[in-house]
Design a protein around this ligand. Structure first.
Ligand SMILES: [Zn+2]
Length: 489
């Protein structure tokens, strides 16, 4: 009204009334604009503000524009009555980064999938391969493994199995690795990735040198630690001491990957160490996934002599991913020569539950599927936490679980990648990455026998304002995924 009045001087005293009538005629029954997409009547949970209430959300141009109790008008309208509306899930640890994997992630509620543990050796090529071709958002770290393979002049594969897996590096090779990580960080790598257990002869000094590079770019170090399990020396406790020290010495933020599969029975001790380090202002975070088996390449250094003692398991506790068969000494020796993925049943349900409940852990999948083969965590991690651990077990509350899937991973990265400040939250101005699910039915369906099964109960998934899952169905022909990348330098 104030703005109208200033323009109506010459019309006289009845002018304002006439104008009001004209204004109401031109916008009949609707005072707010029509949004691209509107979500009505959902139970909106935002971990940042800790709000949990029935709201309507208006989205335009890929951004949340309105959060209201009043009805909103939209060109597309979703009725979310009875459903939870959450920020889209952010997976900090997803190796599979292709169409097949993105479909399973979307159907598990993931709107951003990042490969931060293994990473890559060529940041520009990695992003170029996915440009405008993906269902969900994607991003990658500069990988120490790749830098090591390149510096040792062997072909850069996913995990090393030759010299880079087994020998110490020269000073010149360490310098080349540092240069390669620095180049990757200048090209916008999200973080620096490490798989120290896959390079057991990487010296502690070599690791410190890599942390120094990460520190100078404000990049978090996503580390698969040097040792697993409880057996001293070379326990996971010692391995955690190494990387917490590296973070304290260099100032690089530390993120320990899959703490429960590395820690095994020592996991509660590792979680305690991380809480204590945090209380001393060392920037340490960690993640876990909700399964009692891990998975890795049988050819990797993890299965060098002595693996049974490290994990306190035997051949029968290994399951060949391609066929689902449990291994024997004979089949182990045969597959070790060819290589391939093997599930390692080394954890107890008690350890997994303790990790999921801990306030310091985020949820991250460590997923990869290849032609439908792999670990069920790829397709089921998020639905399994929400269905099994939240609803069925009551191990943690819904908002606690969602915080571990959205806000905590966004915050982990936002110092280096400022655009992450607009993810993991439901607020005006945030990116419209949203996951809408039925809290009464959400559950994983993928298993070790059948890992490529979509989760149930994820009803709608929105990536940058575009529906990629609608009424529980994956949408075809949409590619709204955008790169998650640090500013170029
Ligand atoms: Zn790992």
């Amino acid at each position: 009204m104030i703005r109208l009045k200033s323009n109506i001087g010459p019309i006289g005293p009845i002018g304002p009334i006439l104008l009001l009538i004209i204004v109401s005629l031109s916008f009949p029954a609707e005072s707010s604009p029509a949004y691209d997409l509107v979500i009505l009547n959902g139970r909106v949970i935002d971990p940042e503000s800790r709000s949990d209430s029935i709201r309507n959300i208006g989205i335009s141009n890929g951004t949340i524009k309105a959060i209201a109790t009043k009805k909103l008008a939209g060109r597309t309208v979703i009725d979310a009555r009875g459903l939870v509306v959450s920020p889209g899930f952010i997976d900090l640890h997803q190796h599979g980064q292709d169409d097949e994997n993105y479909r399973f992630k979307a159907m598990d509620g993931v709107t951003t999938a990042l490969e931060l543990e293994v990473g890559t050796g060529d940041i520009d090529a990695w992003y170029a391969q996915r440009d405008q071709k993906t269902l969900i958002n994607y991003g990658v770290s500069a990988g120490h493994l790749a830098a090591r393979m390149a510096a040792m002049r062997e072909p850069v594969t996913f995990l090393p199995s030759g010299a880079a897996a087994h020998r110490a590096a020269t000073d010149a090779e360490i310098n080349e690795m540092k240069q390669r990580l620095e180049d990757g960080l200048k090209r916008g790598a999200v973080a620096v990735g490490f798989g120290i257990q896959y390079t057991p002869n990487a010296s502690r000094w070599e690791i410190l040198e890599m942390f120094r590079v990460a520190a100078s770019y404000g990049a978090s170090c996503h580390v698969h630690m040097r040792h697993a399990g409880v057996k001293e020396p070379s326990s996971s406790v010692q391995a955690l001491e190494e990387v917490i020290s590296a973070a304290a010495i260099t100032g690089a933020p530390l993120h320990v990957v899959h703490i429960q599969s590395t820690g095994g029975p020592a996991t509660p001790k590792l979680l305690q160490m991380i809480s204590e380090a945090k209380s001393r202002n060392i920037d340490v975070t960690t993640e876990c996934y909700p399964y009692i088996a891990g998975m890795t390449d049988i050819k990797s250094a993890i299965f060098d002599k002595g693996w049974q003692e490290v994990f306190d398991i035997d051949y029968k506790d290994l399951q060949w991913a391609a066929t689902g068969e449990r291994l024997t000494k004979e089949t182990f020796d045969r597959y070790r020569k060819t290589g391939g993925m093997v599930a390692v049943f080394s954890m107890t349900e008690e350890v997994v539950t303790a990790a999921i409940k801990s306030p310091v852990t985020m949820i991250a999948s460590d997923g990869i599927l290849e032609k439908g083969k792999g670990h069920p965590r790829t397709a089921g991690t998020y639905s399994r936490v929400l269905g099994h651990y939240v609803r069925e077990q009551g191990a943690l509350s819904l908002i606690e679980a969602l915080t571990k899937m959205t806000l905590m991973p966004a915050r982990r990265l936002e110092r280096r990648v400022p655009s992450m400040k607009n993810k993991g939250r439901i607020r005006i101005g945030a990116d419209a990455d949203l996951t809408i699910f039925d809290p009464q039915t959400i559950i994983d369906r993928s298993t070790f026998q059948e890992p490529a099964k979509y989760s149930e109960g994820i009803r709608f998934v929105i990536v940058n304002g575009v529906l990629v899952v609608k009424d529980g169905q994956l949408q075809s022909g949409v590619k709204p995924g955008l790169p998650i990348r640090a500013p170029l330098q």
